[in-house]
Ligand binder design. Structure first.
Ligand code: GN1
Ligand code: MG
Length: 354
């Protein structure tokens, strides 16, 4: 690790390096320098990302625009270059490493402590989309092709069921039935993307609450982190994934499913923050946002379930069955979103005035 750290142009000696954060894919460490300043060192998952040079090009192009657009230096992530002026480093094992400024004086939440926290995260993700409105989305590399292509996620689920390599299909019958019962309707966002009903935007695509930093004192939104999945996408993906994670009353891996619900007050708070911050969403996009919540929740459940059936190759797990537990919470939440559909539409009408 010391060899890796020494390749980056840091302004001083590192005194400690500790594991940091809650990501399921990348390995993240926080460094402390002797002057007390902190930095983030990250190795990017090559299991998840197959074109890391392309991903890093996205990263620097997008952060350049965000830096120009925001007046607060903490309003955007900044890469620390290597001593020879590059954005990242490849080590002798082929691992990719990058260094970032740590956003000092900030907090990152696993669940909102109040609707205001969630509102702030909505403002951060909405601002992100607005600041990148004129960015030529088609020049970005698709860091994970078909990332939110729900029909493609279903194709992979079918392949995992058919192969049943780990003999786990029997243990997940109920979850498989739940997913397959919704397959026919789950492709509607992808269809509206393909036929041009919904415009392509530069989207974040992984809008979990823990991908936003809030100021630790004012609790106002500072910046959006985890830019690995920034790609051309739909506003509904960013809205939907945020609701999936932050408007759920339980953690993503809660075992007691009676605790998993959609919190309508949180849903409203996110809609109130996100929609004005994005600015200029079309009527078709506004109408697609609740669908995003339903479909991205279902899709995430399908992804966890597929990974469980395939032997937990993608999402890191803390125990056997972790991915099945995660799939179950997502399906419980998707069912609750279905049950609350008319309340959701009423909130959308109130927030948009349409
Ligand atoms: C992954 O790495 P992390 O935890 O920020 C995943 C998201 C999932 C999320 C589920 C690139 O995000 O799509 O929604 O886990 N990221 C990628 O917690 O696959
Ligand atoms: Mg993350």
């Amino acid at each position: 690790m010391e060899d890796i750290i020494s390749c980056f142009a840091l302004p001083g000696r590192t005194v400690s390096c500790d594991p940091w954060g809650n990501g399921h894919l990348n390995r993240t460490f926080r460094l402390t320098l002797e002057n007390g300043k902190h930095y983030i060192l990250q190795s990017v998952s090559s299991t998840a990302f197959h074109d890391i040079p392309g991903l890093m090009e996205n990263f620097s192009a997008v952060t350049k625009v965000l830096t120009e657009q925001s007046d607060d230096p903490r309003g955007c992530l900044h890469l620390v270059p290597t001593k020879d002026g590059r954005d990242y480093l490849t080590d002798e094992y082929g691992e990719y490493w990058r260094m970032l400024d740590f956003v000092e004086g900030s907090v990152c939440l696993q669940s909102p402590e109040s609707p205001e926290d969630f509102f702030q995260s909505a403002v951060a993700f909405g601002n992100f989309q607005r600041m990148l409105r004129d960015f030529p989305a088609e020049t970005l590399c698709e860091t994970i092709p078909h990332f939110h292509d729900t029909p493609d996620r279903y194709r992979k689920l079918h392949a995992a069921i058919d192969a049943d390599e780990c003999h786990r299909v029997q243990t997940a019958r109920r979850e498989i039935d739940f997913a397959l019962a919704r397959e026919a309707d789950a492709g509607v966002l992808q269809k509206m993307r393909d036929d041009g009903t919904l415009p392509l935007r530069v989207t974040h695509n992984d809008t979990k609450l823990n991908n936003v930093m809030l100021d630790e004192t004012t609790r106002k939104a500072l910046c959006v982190i985890d830019l690995d999945t920034v790609m051309p996408g739909l506003a509904a993906y960013d809205f939907g994934d945020a609701i999936r994670f932050g408007a759920s009353t339980a953690a993503e891996d809660e075992k007691d499913l009676s605790k998993v619900h959609l919190d309508l007050a949180m849903f409203r708070a996110f809609a109130e923050g996100f929609i004005p911050a994005c600015g200029g969403l079309t009527d078709a996009e506004l109408a697609s946002l609740p669908l995003g919540a339903k479909i991205i929740t279902l899709e995430c459940g399908v992804r966890f379930l597929t990974d469980y059936l395939m032997g937990d190759e993608y999402f890191s797990i803390a125990y056997n069955g972790h991915n099945l537990d995660r799939a179950r919470t997502q399906f419980s939440l998707a069912a609750d979103i279905e049950a609350k559909w008319s309340d959701i539409l009423a909130i959308m009408r109130e927030v948009t005035g349409k």
